[in-house]
Design a binder for this molecule. Structure first.
Ligand SMILES: O=P(O)(O)OC[C@H]1O[C@](O)(COP(=O)(O)O)[C@@H](O)[C@@H]1O
Ligand SMILES: [Mg+2]
Ligand SMILES: [Mg+2]
Length: 346
């Protein structure tokens, strides 16, 4: 019996499809000899729910799942049907996956206790980000943060399991439902992006080891509320214009963040009259993107401190957010801190 070693056949007849998310997760897990596979399974559960939500977003217009759901969430925002559908899909996948003990969701007033005595992880999630763009076919997303619970597995969920600062995240990421669907995540060892190949039902590694440019020329801010900006921030926007930076604002945090992460830029959602503490939520929007940003060499602050060092005090608390290329965040901070110190002295 003849045995021959396998020699990879790189013929263009059968080009390599690339590394699937599953294989990538498995390989990363092998890098950690003591890894038990639970986090890997949790990431796979999130990917599965993302595929289902991707299918729903693609056919939102056809399947009567566009439009308002007719209920207001704890933020006082009118829920869209797709907000509710995405929330159900992710909660169900995380429950069935068996690795999670509690979920904090934008769409649920309270912590969801999964009564899973073996669940090690807590997930904070924005099931559908950019809800105002659902019905107009503009990119939307999902944002997630993963923490290890701090109280013993099997014991009742405690506040300290939930109210952990962002620097305690063990993983975080987002899904972007755009012209293509991508899943981008970090476990604290760099950032990797995967593109969804619909016909194969698989995410493939398309953006290995993502690094944000240190500077850029894109600024993303809703200038529609500029009359409530601090003087320092107004001066910074004037400065951006004087530098001929491009103004780009999609109104979907995930999409604006993703573009700036790839091209270099800054996204700002400041304190405004309507949202004196900013609009975006710390636990399931800012923390996840701040972890990704820092892992890709970018920065994230609330204008005063590192987002990841903020100690949460309430589930749906909001925070101002300045996130993006390092030198641009530094620039913005130099403007806002200068003015606020001037105002303080006067
Ligand atoms: O319309 P505004 O005030 O500019 O706010 C847009 C921001 O609000 C959000 O839609 C808030 O997120 P949700 O859609 O998850 O509630 C962000 O995605 C976006 O960046
Ligand atoms: Mg959101
Ligand atoms: Mg949302």
């Amino acid at each position: 019996m003849k045995i021959k070693p396998y020699i990879p056949n790189d013929t263009s007849l059968a080009y390599s499809v690339g590394v699937t998310l599953d294989r990538f997760i498995k390989k990363k897990q092998d890098d950690f000899p003591f890894a038990s596979g639970e986090l890997s399974q949790l990431l796979r559960d999130i990917a599965l729910a993302a595929k289902i939500v991707n299918r729903e977003t693609n056919r939102a217009g056809l399947a009567n799942i566009g439009g308002a759901f007719g209920h207001t969430n704890v933020q006082g925002e009118e829920q869209q049907k797709l907000d509710v559908i995405a929330n159900i899909r992710f909660t169900r996948a995380l429950t069935k996956g068996g690795e999670v003990c509690a979920i904090v969701s934008e769409e649920d007033d309270e912590v969801i206790d999964l009564q899973n005595s073996s669940g090690k992880y807590v997930v904070a999630i924005d099931p559908l980000d950019g809800s105002s763009n659902i019905d107009v076919n503009i990119s939307i997303g999902t944002i997630f943060s993963i923490y290890r619970r701090v109280t013993p597995v099997g014991s009742p969920i405690q506040l300290e399991d939930i109210m952990q600062p962002g620097n305690q995240q063990v993983a975080a990421g987002y899904v972007l439902y755009g012209s293509s669907t991508m899943l981008v995540y970090t476990t604290g060892c760099g950032v990797n992006g995967f593109t969804y190949e619909q016909s194969l039902g698989e995410f493939f590694l398309s953006h290995p080891d993502m690094k944000a440019p240190l500077s850029g020329n894109i600024y993303s801010i809703n200038e529609g509320v500029s009359n409530t900006f601090s003087q320092g921030l107004s001066d910074y926007i004037t400065y951006c214009k004087s530098k001929n930076y491009s103004a780009r604002y999609i109104g979907s945090l995930v999409a604006d963040f993703h573009r700036n992460l790839l091209k270099g830029g800054i996204y700002i959602y400041p304190e405004t009259k309507k949202n004196p503490k900013g609009k975006l939520r710390l636990l399931y929007e800012a923390n996840a993107l701040a972890f990704i940003a820092e892992q890709a060499g970018a920065d994230a602050t609330d204008g005063i401190q590192r987002i990841l060092d903020i100690q949460p005090t309430s589930l749906h608390q909001r925070t101002p957010l300045y996130i993006g290329s390092k030198s641009m965040v530094d620039e913005a901070l130099s403007f806002i801190s200068k003015k606020s110190s001037v105002q303080e002295n006067h």
